[in-house]
Design a protein around this ligand. Structure first.
Ligand code: C2O
Ligand code: CU
Length: 459
C-alpha cells in the first residue's frame, strides 16, 4: 500500500515537470564551436564551426511532403544563416544573408520552417561568408525520403569533403580570402574525407544492395570518383530522379554542391577490396570510402534497379520560343577582365583586384541592385553561360531545378548545379515557378565571394 502510494505520488510530481519542456519548441540546430578529429589520430584535433558539435552536422531526414522546422541558434562569434541547398523552398527561408534575410547575430536565433515538395538528396550549409563558414565545417545532409523507397538493403549518406589543415596544429589553414586562392581554382584541401573522417569505412555483405547518397560539400574540389568491387547505377542527380538508371561504367564527376544517388550491388567477395575511389592529384586512384566485405547475403544478385518515382511539376515549358539571356563567366587569373559593374559603377580590373574581386557574371561583380533577369512567374527561362575563364565553375541556381539544353534542343537531366568547363558554353532552361529573389552563383565558394554571384527575380 505504501509503495503504491509513493509510486503514484512520484508519478504525479514528474508529470508537470516533463511536459512543458518539450512542448512548443522547434527542434534546434545550433551553430557552435567544437573540437573534431578530422585528421588521423597522430595529429591534433581541429577546432571547427559546427552544427550541433559535429562535422558534418546531423543528417536531417524527413518524408516527402513534410514540413521541416529548425531553429538555428547562433552560438558562434560571427553572424550566420542556413541555406537549404536544392530545396524548392519558400524564398524567405532560403537563408541568403543580404538577399533573403539578415544574418543571424551571435547569441540570436532564426526559425526556418518550410515544406519539402520533392524527395531526394539535398544538403544544408551556411550562407553568410560561406567561403569561410562552410570550410570550417558548417554543412550537413538533408534527406527527403520517397513515399515508396527503392528496394535496397541500406541507405547510406556519404558527405564528401576536403579540408585545408595545418598538420602541426590541427587548425584550419588561414587565408580563406587569399587573392591567390580566390583568383585561381579556390580553396583545395590537403585532407580528403567522408562524413568527417579521412578513413571512413562501412561494412557490407556480398550481394547486398546499397543506396549511396554522394554529396560534395567541398569548397572547390571537383571529385573524380570510381567504384571498386561494386556494380552500380546512378538513379538521381542533385536530388532529382533520372528517368532511367544509368550504369556506372566510368569515372563519375562530382563538382562542389552536386549530388549523385547510386544504387550499388556489392560484387566483391569477402576480404576483397570494395568501395569508392577518388582521383588524387598525382593521377592515382585512392580509397575515399572503403567497404569491408564480411560474409555473403542470402539474396542472389539482382536486376537493374527501377527508376525512382519522379518529383512533381518539373516541366521546362517550351524553351524553343523562350527568350535567351547571355551570361558570360569572366575574370580570374591569366584572363582577367577589362571592366565590370561593381558596387553600382563600372570599375576597372586593377581596382577590382585591389578590392579582392576577381570574377564577373554578365559584367556584374557580386550582388548588384538590379537582378541579372526579371522573370514573370511561370515563364520559361533560358540562360546561356559561356565560360571565358581558364577555370571550371560549378554554377548553382537557388530555388528551382533546371535542365541543360544543347544546340539541337536536347534536354539534360534536372540539376541545381552544373559544371561549366573552360571555354565551354552551357545553356540551362527552367520554368520560373518559384517567386522571389534567387541567387545564381559559382559554388566554388571563393569564386562566389570574389565576384561570381548574381541573382534573378521571379515575380
Ligand atoms: Cu549551396 Cu548559394 O548555395
Ligand atoms: Cu567558379
Amino acid at each position: 500500500m505504501r509503495m503504491t502510494r509513493r509510486g503514484f505520488c512520484a508519478g504525479l510530481a514528474l508529470l508537470p515537470l516533463a511536459r512543458p519542456a518539450v512542448a512548443q519548441t522547434m527542434p534546434l540546430l545550433t551553430a557552435q564551436e567544437a573540437m573534431v578529429q578530422l585528421a588521423p589520430d597522430t595529429y591534433p584535433a581541429t577546432p571547427v564551426w559546427s552544427y550541433d558539435g559535429a562535422v558534418p552536422g546531423p543528417v536531417i531526414r524527413a518524408a516527402q511532403g513534410d514540413r521541416l522546422e529548425r531553429r538555428l541558434v547562433n552560438d558562434l562569434n560571427v553572424p550566420t544563416s542556413i541555406h537549404w541547398h536544392g530545396i524548392r523552398i519558400d524564398n524567405a527561408m532560403d537563408g541568403v544573408a543580404g538577399l533573403t534575410q539578415d544574418p543571424v547575430p551571435p547569441g540570436h536565433s532564426f526559425d526556418y520552417a518550410f515544406d519539402l515538395p520533392d524527395a531526394g538528396t539535398y544538403w544544408y550549409h551556411a550562407h553568410t561568408n560561406s567561403m569561410e563558414q562552410v570550410a570550417r565545417g558548417l554543412s550537413g545532409a538533408l534527406i527527403v525520403e520517397e513515399t515508396t523507397p527503392p528496394d535496397v538493403d541500406r541507405d547510406e549518406v556519404l558527405m564528401i569533403d576536403d579540408w585545408l589543415i595545418d598538420p602541426d596544429t590541427g587548425r584550419f589553414a588561414d587565408g580563406f580570402a587569399a587573392p591567390m586562392t580566390l583568383s585561381h581554382g579556390g580553396r583545395i584541401g590537403n585532407l580528403v574525407g567522408v562524413n568527417g573522417r579521412y578513413d571512413y569505412s562501412l561494412s557490407a555483405r556480398q550481394n547486398e544492395r546499397l543506396r549511396l547518397r554522394l554529396i560534395n560539400s567541398a569548397n572547390a574540389r571537383i571529385f573524380g570518383l570510381r567504384l571498386e568491387g561494386l556494380r552500380g547505377w546512378a538513379v538521381a542527380l542533385d536530388g532529382m530522379p533520372l528517368a532511367e538508371p544509368g550504369p556506372v561504367t566510368d569515372t563519375l564527376v562530382l563538382a562542389p554542391a552536386q549530388r549523385i544517388d547510386l544504387i550499388v550491388d556489392v560484387t566483391a567477395e569477402e576480404g576483397a577490396a570494395a568501395g569508392l575511389l577518388f582521383a588524387a592529384a598525382d593521377d592515382t586512384w585512392r580509397a575515399l570510402a572503403e567497404i569491408t566485405v564480411a560474409g555473403r547475403s542470402a539474396t542472389a544478385s539482382r536486376d537493374m534497379p527501377a527508376p525512382l518515382p519522379p518529383n512533381p511539376r518539373m516541366e521546362v515549358g517550351s524553351p524553343e520560343t523562350a527568350r535567351l539571356r547571355d551570361m558570360p563567366l569572366q575574370g580570374g587569373a591569366m584572363r582577367g577582365l577589362e571592366r565590370a559593374r561593381f558596387r553600382g559603377r563600372v570599375t576597372a580590373w586593377q581596382e577590382l583586384v585591389r578590392n579582392g574581386r576577381f570574377w564577373a557574371l554578365a559584367g556584374q561583380v557580386g550582388l548588384g541592385e538590379t537582378p541579372f533577369a526579371t522573370l514573370s512567374r511561370g515563364e520559361t527561362a533560358r540562360i546561356r553561360m559561356t565560360n571565358d575563364t581558364i577555370f571550371p565553375h560549378a554554377m548553382h541556381l537557388h530555388g528551382m531545378h533546371f535542365r541543360t539544353r544543347n544546340e539541337d534542343g536536347a534536354l539534360g537531366p534536372l540539376r541545381d548545379t552544373v559544371l561549366v568547363m573552360p571555354n565551354e558554353t552551357t545553356e540551362i532552361a527552367f520554368v520560373a515557378h518559384n517567386p522571389g529573389k534567387w541567387l545564381l552563383h559559382c559554388h566554388m565558394l571563393g569564386h562566389a565571394a570574389s565576384g561570381m554571384t548574381n541573382w534573378i527575380m521571379v515575380s
